[in-house]
Ligand binder design. Sequence first.
Ligand code: ZN
Length: 293
Amino acid sequence: MTSFDQYISGLVEQVTPSNIKMTIEHLSSYLTRFTLSNKIVPVSQWIHKQFTIMGYSDVGYQDFVFCDTLQKNIVCTKMGKGQSNKIIILCAHYDTIARSTIGWNWKKCPAPGANDNASGVAAMLEIARILMNIEMDHTIRFIAFTGEEQNLMGSRAYAEYACTNNMDIILVLNLDEIGYPDVKSNWNINIGVDQVNRTHTKKATAHKFALLMAKVAADNTSLNSRRIDLWASDHTPFSSRGYAVIGITQAGKYPHSHKITDTVNYIDVDYIVEVTKMTLATLIHIAGCKGRK
Ligand SMILES: [Zn+2]
């Protein structure tokens, strides 16, 4: 084991199951996080506050209007060494829907979204917490998106902004539904990369990072990674604009997807912990740490 590997494993060990569980329980405790509901703003404020409590100073909102409501992506930037322009985005959506429950009405019915996608937000926040005082070569931007369940409204807005401003994004890492393993032991995890022969230029880069992630999973976690084709989620607007993207999702077929029963008791926090470790260690490899290799 090199000293860099040891350094990474020390950080990975800081992933704390109770933090992840607390975030999921808190986010699920709002009746709903449906985009048009009046809970969406308080939820966005709570996520914003978590970043500032950790000590981040560059935390803000990207506002956009959807169906006459004000929507807020939460954007927290951790500057890289020397104000590096190279950015890695770690993102997860915080809005929910429960349209697969018969008779669901967004105005009065719950949409707890523990797995979809409080799980992803919890992992992202835990990684942000651990990296807060770690100096890194490249800039990391943590983004919590809204409007994912409305045709990816939030990530579309941000990908457009990124493109217009010529942002130098090395990779977009998206977490969506990471709480449900397929088997009781020897857990699998799906790493989504673009398998189809589309012509966008960053496909090879994404594959290179996916290989790295698979190695990191083997070295630092109990997960077996398997590569799947990308599915529709917040990475899509970035991929279609030519950015390299990886989507991470659970290996199990979750029976409570988009239902009012998507609650914390059906998901596996220990599995989310492993996925969080894999994501954290991959980020450290890609973003680089000053003086360590
Ligand atoms: Zn989702």
